[in-house]
Design a protein around this ligand. Structure first.
Ligand code: SAH
Ligand code: SF4
Length: 366
């Protein structure tokens, strides 16, 4: 069994410390970082400007590992979904959505989810565990491998945007998500700007503040209902952090202005949350927040009980919101045929015994 640590996912400052402790000059971190995250190499042997003995030391100490892809599906609309298997056998999904002028990768933050939003497939799967920073960065890297997008191009990227909208609640795995996104944003590596990254939360209010202060990426908030009684049912986390607190956290989110707006996600559920009054209450609630409203047609999954609102209803809802001055794009469902659209992701992983729930640093070893 290979006990080496995965070098992918180690924070830059931690790597500097590890190198210093091992007597390796600090400037070597910059070189290794460049090879890993700018060039995308898969072995230390390829790091040509490192002395041979250092390459050997690194090979003996670390591995360079991405999650394994166990299944790859391609939708008729070009969307791709990868089922990933991690070192301990757990699984999660990640999706690539190509568009004319950009490509977005939708990344998972957990295997399963502790929350149980009624309309979400992932919500029917219990939380198995948090993903490590290596597993989060690894999702982006294997997509870059699939498009042969190394070294990091400065323009025309297949992967130009990231949405933390896959399986799981990213703000319940804050430390690993923050560490992974800092690696992804590092200008000497993958170099994706914080403006190209959007983190979606179901409303973990206290962590929204930390997200703004410590990561600074764009925020998307899964609102889905404008009254607490309904939101308590659709997004049960609302019982802990009700709408008023959620909206206040949005108002104080740092860096929000007309160029960097908060996205409110609103899944359109027929006869549940889609009346004109709902739309009017929505614009009243968010008045004063630079925001756009992303209307998401409900994506069905096996066993789901909701129906998607009709196209006419969605159009009427959207018109009220846009007449109030908010952009309200309807999110075109992508990859529905391969169950890759919003809320359709679910892996077969089942909940393990308690001892595995807190994997600790050993999760980085294979
Ligand atoms: N846990 C985070 C991010 C993952 S879900 C969150 O809840 O925000 C990404 C988005 O898809 C959320 O807005 C979620 O509410 C929405 N979603 C979940 N299930 C859906 C479904 N069946 N159809 C459409 N959107 C769905
Ligand atoms: Fe979890 Fe988000 Fe699905 Fe809710 S919508 S169950 S928070 S993944």
């Amino acid at each position: 069994m290979n006990q080496k640590q995965n070098i992918i996912g180690i924070a830059r400052e931690d790597l500097e410390k590890e190198f210093t402790d091992a007597g390796i000059a600090k400037f070597r971190v910059k070189q290794v970082w460049h090879w890993l995250y700018f060039q995308g190499v898969r072995s230390f042997e390829e790091m040509q400007n490192l002395p041979k003995d250092l390459r050997q030391t690194l090979t003996d100490t670390y591995m360079i590992h991405r999650p394994d892809i166990t299944k790859a599906l391609r939708s008729c609309d070009g969307t791709q979904k990868w089922l990933l298997r991690f070192a301990d056998g757990e699984e999660a999904e990640c999706v690539h959505i190509p568009e004319v002028d950009r490509g977005t990768i939708c990344i998972s933050s957990q295997v399963g989810c502790t929350l149980t939003c009624k309309f979400c497939h992932t919500g029917t799967q219990k939380l198995v565990r948090n993903l490590t920073s290596a597993e989060i960065v690894g999702q982006l890297m294997l997509a870059r491998d699939a498009f042969n997008e190394w070294p990091t191009p400065f323009s025309n990227r297949h992967i130009s945007n990231i949405v933390m909208m896959g399986m799981g609640e990213p703000l319940y795995n804050f430390d690993n998500v923050a560490k992974a996104l800092k690696i992804i944003m590092d200008p000497e590596g993958i170099s994706l700007s914080k403006r190209k990254i959007t983190l979606s939360t179901s409303g973990v209010v206290p962590m929204m503040d930390r997200c703004g202060q410590e990561i600074g990426v764009n925020l998307a908030v899964s609102l889905h209902a404008v009254r607490d009684d309904l939101r308590n049912i659709l997004v049960p986390l609302n019982k802990k952090y009700p709408i008023k607190e959620l909206i206040e956290a949005c108002r104080r989110y740092p860096g929000v202005n007309n160029a960097n707006r908060i996205t409110f996600e609103y899944v359109m559920l027929k006869g549940v949350n889609d009346t004109n009054n709902d739309a009017k209450e929505l614009v009243r609630l968010i008045r004063g927040i630079p925001a756009k409203i992303n209307l998401i047609p409900f994506n069905p999954w096996p066993g789901s009980t909701f129906e998607c609102s009709t196209a006419d209803r969605i159009a009427a809802f959207s018109e009220i919101v846009s007449k109030a001055g908010y952009s309200s794009p309807v999110r075109t469902p992508r990859g529905r045929d391969i169950l890759a659209a919003c809320g359709q992701l679910k892996s077969e992983s089942i909940r393990p015994s308690k001892s595995l729930l807190n994997p600790g640093p050993t999760a980085l070893t294979a």
